[in-house]
Design a protein around this ligand. Structure first.
Ligand code: KG4
Ligand code: ZN
Length: 355
């Protein structure tokens, strides 16, 4: 089956064409430059950029897949939620109009299912039941994935834990912002942390909710602890910090050390909760997906974790970690049998939960 997948849920306009698990094209137009100035995603600007980008991005995806316009496609899949309502509507309305015009079925896709299935798209079958951790700018959740009933699709998901406050990617972004670093914070923090001391700051991971034997995550305490420390250091208040792009080596090292300590604590919490979840819900594999899963420190830590626990750990390749149309096309293929008959009434579902 040849299927076009479209995602406009946040700050990336993306479209891809899949033929089964074969990725024929995967185009992502990032809006990072637009939002960087504000230190985070501005919803209204995101919607406007999607409106400008959607047509060229979809047409590039079709052309790179060797298709002549929409001819040769069997279906269109589009993210219907969760996400920013204005941003989602751009993709949904474009997909509806295209599917209607070309007489193609339209499959609404839940965005987290896309992230979660990106690992199956990349690796095929993974030993099940498995645990699946989705870590992104908007989500931090752990699911159990089981074989599904044939008519219900190949997988069945059960949510075992989620963040009670911030998502882990959001914490990366906010900590970076507090240190005057550009958006998105994840890649910058990872780069700086390589030359920093992870033991420089003792930060709270393994949160207090530990006491309640919860499988939930919490990142606001960690984020606030780092923000308070930054606030307490005079280096961040000097006019030099505000104006001088060439910071003294001592300040640069301080930033590296804070970045390394934060990254260590952020990943430690993921490992800790994953370990506790595995104890309560024995599984044959762990997969980690979403924008934060591109982080190499996180990958190495989880591979070591998997060795210790005796289960294999899977990640999507880097190009399938941040938001992309390929993962939506793949999830759309799985959801195809359940597609709505009348898609013209399809609306954005900004708070849609996977389960
Ligand atoms: O999956 P994604 O593109 O969007 C959402 O669905 O939220 O994830 C974006 C998030 C941002 O918070 C960004 O800072 C984070 O992924 N991220 C990283 C890295 N690259 C991107 N976090 C840690 N390390 C990275 N290298
Ligand atoms: Zn995402």
């Amino acid at each position: 089956m040849k299927i076009l997948g479209i995602d406009t849920s946040c700050d990336e306009t993306s479209a891809a064409v899949l033929d089964g698990r074969n990725i024929l094209s995967n185009i992502v137009s990032s809006q990072i430059k637009i939002h960087a100035e504000y230190g985070g995603v501005v919803p209204e600007l995101a919607s406007r950029a999607h409106i400008e980008n959607i047509r060229p991005v979809v047409h590039r995806a079709l052309a790179e897949a060797g298709l002549n316009d929409f001819n040769g496609l069997d279906a269109v899949a589009v993210t219907a939620g969760p996400g920013l309502v204005g941003a989602l509507l751009v993709g949904i309305n474009y997909a509806k109009a295209a599917a209607w015009k070309h007489d193609l079925p339209l499959v609404p896709v839940q965005h987290i299912q896309g992230h979660l299935e990106s690992v199956f798209l990349a690796h095929g079958n993974i030993p099940l039941p498995g645990l699946s951790l989705v870590v992104s700018g908007g989500h931090t959740s752990l699911y159990q994935v089981d074989d599904g009933e044939v008519e219900q699709g190949p997988h069945r998901y059960t949510r075992l834990g989620t963040t009670r406050d911030d998502a882990v990617g959001e914490a990366f972004d906010k900590v970076a912002k507090a240190m005057g670093l550009p958006y998105p914070g994840g890649p910058v923090i990872e780069r700086l942390a390589k030359l920093g001391d992870p033991e420089f700051l003792k930060l709270p991971s393994r949160p207090k909710i530990d006491q309640y034997r919860s499988l939930d995550f919490s990142y606001s305490g960690l984020k606030s602890a780092v923000a308070r420390y930054i606030e307490s250091r005079s280096e961040f208040h000097s006019t030099e910090f505000e104006t001088n792009p060439e910071l003294p080596e001592k300040t640069v090292q301080l930033i590296r050390d804070i970045a390394a300590s934060f990254q260590y604590a952020a990943v430690d919490e993921l490992l800790w909760i994953a370990g506790r979840t595995l104890k309560a819900h024995p599984a044959k594999s762990l997969s980690v997906s979403g924008g934060v899963s591109v982080n190499q420190y996180l990958r190495n830590a989880f591979l070591k974790w998997g060795d210790e626990k005796g289960i294999p750990v899977f990640f999507p390749p880097p190009e399938l970690t941040t938001d992309n149309g390929a993962m939506i096309a793949y999830a759309g293929m799985l959801e195809y049998p359940k597609r709505p008959k009348n898609f013209l009434t399809l609306n954005a579902q900004p708070g849609w939960k996977l389960c």
